[in-house]
Design a protein around this ligand. Structure first.
Ligand SMILES: Cc1cc2nc3c(=O)[nH]c(=O)nc-3n(C[C@H](O)[C@H](O)[C@H](O)COP(=O)(O)OP(=O)(O)OC[C@H]3O[C@@H](n4cnc5c(N)ncnc54)[C@H](O)[C@@H]3O)c2cc1C
Length: 505
């Protein structure tokens, strides 16, 4: 049954929250306006905003919110693209006070952090010991570890490093009933011991095990076989192993299971021997068709950019010189193919093999190689700035994220993209393509004007059509940016249709 939020409840809740003098509570129009948006399409004024200064205050805030039936929504830097951090709720902002790195263990390669620690802040702190927190969304300068875990974020190097879930070792979490759990990997005996507990923790461990045991066949059938699935809860993580870590169920939970208070995360050695090719094509589809063959060379990344970015980068003052250094001629698309190796000899061999393959097998017309750190930084700067350039136009149609996040098995990627391009063309809509070709997550953004009612209708039609294509090609409905308000409503439909043969409720 839906909870009814009354204005009186909200007012009384805010009044009581304001008695907590050591944290910040905001309910003025300016603050509510500031917290009404994230990086998505949505704008929804929250009921109030709490900025807790410590764990004790946070627990107090949750108790008060519960007392008045006010929903809560945890928030990091609000860079979510699917509306995860917009709602009529009490927003809890972790960026101001929950921003400390609590422990770094160089020998065992882990760090323990508050949820509001920014990804680049953590990496700056561990750089001198030769380590890094590997998941790299394009927003590393502001994405928080809490937000990355709850969105199960990943980035350009996911083919090598996986998603955030693969780097979560343990979590301390606060549930909405006030229970605090310390979650980490357990052996079957340790898990059984937790199940024997008579408290709330024991009940949670038992009921979670029941869900997995009773539905493992349905889970196996319903979850698409692509590494980059982030839609729904990662129940499939528990089907093929008997060493369970309940911290992993928070990956991709988007704030729906509880609040992350602390995270123990894995750190990887910083790769020393690196190089990247910028492979140029005069046809976008030719580039996409070659991705599946390039995987055999074990790249750390294959990232695509298309002509839409280059048309902007060649004339924008900020990127003009980057463009001139990196781009040869006027490509329709480039693939940046990066290699990480353990020695210089291995890297030289990989470069030679790949160059030889390109020469004899590829449709590419140029493939300059980048070897120095400065050259590699340039390449990523063009990639990171590219999208911003396209979004900068203040009026008219611009590339909108709503079918940008599907993960498609690589063997079907080219066919899927061709069908998406054809249907957008049918509706007279231009598209840009970019990002993580290596893992089948090409961000497709149709250009639409969100102030035009007819374009809003077109958005819904295109979204419906693409939903059917994703099912046809056995992809994931969200491969990176999460469900949120945007993709959440289709989740049941997406999973249910795959379960019908095995799951009878
Ligand atoms: C230009 C651009 C490029 C992007 N590129 C990528 C990319 O390459 N890869 C990628 O994966 N994503 C990408 N994103 C999406 C986004 O940046 C990432 O998902 C990022 O990790 C979110 O971090 P955040 O701190 O902004 O989290 P928020 O947006 O603040 O929150 C994300 C989710 O986490 C929950 N949450 C936050 N803190 C807590 C907590 N303490 N406890 C429980 N739940 C919590 C929130 O409720 C929300 O559901 C991009 C976004 C933009 C705008």
């Amino acid at each position: 049954m839906a909870t009814i939020i009354t204005a009186k409840n909200v007012q009384e809740c805010i009044r009581e929250l304001n008695t907590i003098s050591t944290s910040e509570i905001k309910s003025d129009d300016l603050s509510l306006g500031l917290y009404a948006t994230d990086a998505s399409l949505y704008q929804i004024h929250p009921l109030a905003v709490a900025i807790p200064s410590c764990e004790a205050d946070l627990i107090n805030i949750i108790q008060i919110a519960n007392k008045y039936n006010v929903p809560v929504l945890p928030r990091g830097s609000a860079t979510s693209l699917a509306g995860q951090t917009t709602n009529q709720a009490l927003i809890i902002d972790f960026t101001k006070y929950f921003d400390k790195i609590l422990d770094i263990n160089a020998k065992e390669q882990y760090a323990i952090v508050h949820p509001g620690v920014v990804r680049d802040q953590l990496n700056a702190a561990v750089k001198d010991i030769g380590l890094h927190f590997a998941p790299d969304p394009a927003t590393t300068s502001r994405a928080t570890i809490g937000g990355m875990i709850a969105n199960n974020s990943s980035g350009t190097k996911s083919i090598k490093y996986g998603k955030t879930i693969d780097h979560v070792l343990g979590l301390k979490v606060l549930l909405m009933d006030g229970t605090i759990l310390e979650l980490g990997e357990l052996s079957p005996d340790q898990y059984e011991a937790k199940c024997q507990q008579t408290d709330r923790e024991g009940e949670i461990y038992r009921s979670f095990r029941k869900i997995i045991f009773e539905h493992s066949i349905a889970i196996e059938a319903a979850y698409p076989k692509v590494m980059r699935r982030v839609n729904g809860y990662p129940l499939d993580e528990f089907v093929h192993t008997n060493r369970w870590n309940l911290a992993k169920i928070f990956a991709g939970s988007e704030g729906s299971l509880g609040i992350i208070l602390q995270a123990k995360v894995n750190l990887e050695p910083i790769p020393k021997y690196k190089a990247a090719f910028t492979v140029h094509y005069d046809d976008r589809m030719a580039a996409i068709r070659e991705v599946n063959k390039m995987i055999a060379f074990d790249p750390a990344a294959i990232e695509m950019l298309d002509f839409n970015v280059f048309e902007q980068s060649v004339k924008n003052n900020m990127t003009k010189s980057l463009h001139q250094r990196l781009i040869t001629g006027t490509p329709q698309a480039t693939l940046s193919v990066e290699f990480f190796c353990l020695s210089q000899d291995e890297l030289d061999q990989r470069i030679a093999d790949f160059a030889n393959w390109l020469k004899n097998n590829s449709a590419a017309y140029a493939y300059p190689i980048l070897r120095t750190a400065a050259e590699l930084d340039d390449s990523w700067a063009l990639r990171k700035n590219g999208l911003g350039l396209l979004m900068g136009d203040p009026a008219g149609r611009k590339p909108i994220p709503f079918i940008e996040d599907q993960a498609i098995p690589l063997e079907h990627l080219a066919d899927y993209i061709q069908e998406v391009l054809d249907l957008c063309k049918k509706y007279g809509v231009e598209t840009i393509l970019y990002a993580h070709a290596s893992v089948g997550v090409l961000h497709v953004r149709p250009s639409l004007d969100m102030t035009s009612q007819s374009d809003i209708e077109l958005m819904k039609i295109i979204s419906d059509d693409v939903f059917h294509l994703v099912k046809k090609y056995k992809g994931a409905w969200s491969g990176e940016h999460g469900d949120g308000r945007n993709r959440g409503p289709r989740l049941k439909d997406f999973l249910a249709m795959k379960c019908t043969n095995v799951l009878k409720m």
